[in-house]
Structures are given as structure tokens and as C-alpha cells.
Design a protein around this ligand. Structure first.
Ligand code: ATP
Length: 208
């Protein structure tokens, strides 16, 4: 007799960023993402050459990867795929890579509101929206109405699936942490303990 194996669809998440350095906002949202989207696996993806930013003169790719492992390694898979790939990091390419790795599974992409509102400047937004459900988290600057409107627009133009994480914003940025470091101020309340230690030991972000 033919035996049909039941296919179990896994939920796979992607959270990319510069992570220079990773901070408590990132960690908090990564955990919420796993919980809310009921993920089976979360990939944390430090960007190679971030397409949205100037190359970061303070954090080498290796240091950013180390710090991402310290911040997320206990509950997520920190991937060096984008850092090892040559050329710019593009999310549509990374999603294609994950689709190959997980051909039968469902993909979710986590982005902060600033990234969410800038989708039209990303390379191949249609490929991103057809590959993954986008999960948007608030940072507290854009109003809810603006975010909902953008989501409706992406749905209409790209058939996007969007989920909003309704959580209190946690207003912290890597930029703010780099400035505090340059000023010699304490950052221990804003980053995981191991990350603070790594920054001190490696003398990162001393100059702005
Ligand atoms: P920078 O200050 O250097 O621009 P950042 O703090 O925005 O850095 P990134 O590594 O660029 O950090 O962010 C990665 C992802 O995390 C982006 O999608 C960004 O929108 C999101 N993000 C970062 N900080 C927060 C926060 N406090 N709340 C919600 N989303 C955040």
C-alpha cells in the first residue's frame, strides 16, 4: 500500500539588520516575533554591505557577527550568509536563499516601521512580498494610521500579506548607542550584557 507522509509546514522567520551594535530593542522584538508568528526557526541576518546605509566605519562585519551571536545566539540562528556573500545585501535574494533551504515552509520577514515605510526603495519589493509575510513592529515615530495605510497600499499593489505587532515601542537605536559610547557614557541598560562587554573589550565605537 502507498504510504503518504504527512507534510508538516514549518514557519521560518528572517530578521535582518546592520546590528552595529545589536540592542535590547532588537532582542525584544526578535523574541516577540517568534512568539507572535509562532516561528519554528528564526534566522538573524547581519547585513554585508547594507544597501540602505553608508558603510559603517565602526563595526567590522566580523564584530557585528560576533555581537549578533552574543545577543541572539541562545534563541535564534545567526547566519553569515549575507556577510559572506559578495556584493550588496538584498532581502529578496536572502529570501530566495531561504526558500531553497526550506522549500515547503512559510516565510516571515520582520521589519521595523522605518524599514516598512521605505519598501518602495528596496530592490524588487514584489519578490519580497510574494516570498514572505511581512511583520511590522512600531518604533514610535510613525502613527498607526500611516502604517496601516502603507500596508493597505502594499496589499493593493503587490498582494502583500502584512501583520502588525501591537506592542509598546521600545525607542532605542544603534546610532544612539554609538554616540553614547563615543561620549564615554554607560550603555549597559540598552544592550545585552555580553554585547556591552564585547564593545568594551574590543574598544568599539570610541569615535563618532
Ligand atoms: P541605526 O541606528 O544604525 O540606523 P537601528 O537601531 O535602526 O540602527 P538596524 O540594525 O539598522 O538598527 O535595524 C534592524 C531592524 O530592526 C530594522 O528593521 C529596524 O527598523 C529594526 N529596529 C531597530 N531598532 C528598533 C526598535 N527600537 N524598535 C523597533 N524596531 C527596531
Amino acid at each position: 500500500s502507498i504510504h503518504f507522509q504527512k507534510r508538516i509546514i514549518m514557519k521560518i522567520g528572517l530578521f535582518g539588520g546592520t546590528f552595529s551594535p545589536p540592542h535590547n530593542g532588537h532582542v525584544r522584538f526578535a523574541r516577540l516575533f517568534i512568539e507572535r508568528a509562532e516561528l519554528d526557526k528564526l534566522y538573524i541576518m547581519p547585513a554585508g554591505v547594507p544597501p540602505h546605509k553608508e558603510t559603517d566605519p565602526w563595526g567590522s562585519a566580523g564584530a557585528r557577527l560576533d555581537m549578533a551571536r552574543l545577543a541572539f545566539g541562545s534563541f535564534a540562528d545567526v547566519s553569515d550568509y549575507e556577510i559572506c556573500a559578495s556584493g550588496k545585501s538584498y532581502t529578496y535574494k536572502t529570501l530566495a536563499y531561504l526558500q531553497k533551504k526550506h522549500p515547503c515552509d512559510e516565510l516571515f520577514l520582520l521589519v521595523g516601521e522605518d524599514m516598512f515605510l521605505s519598501f518602495d526603495t528596496w530592490k524588487k519589493p514584489e519578490a519580497i512580498f510574494s516570498a514572505a509575510t511581512v511583520v511590522c513592529m512600531r518604533r514610535g515615530d510613525a502613527g498607526e494610521a500611516v502604517l496601516k495605510e502603507a500596508g493597505a497600499d502594499y496589499k493593493q499593489r503587490y498582494g502583500a500579506h502584512v501583520i502588525y505587532l501591537d506592542e509598546e515601542p521600545f525607542p532605542v537605536s544603534s546610532t544612539q548607542i554609538r554616540s553614547l559610547c563615543a561620549a564615554g557614557e554607560d550603555i549597559s541598560h540598552l544592550v545585552p550584557t555580553e554585547v556591552a562587554k564585547y564593545i568594551t573589550e574590543n574598544g568599539l565605537y570610541k569615535y563618532e
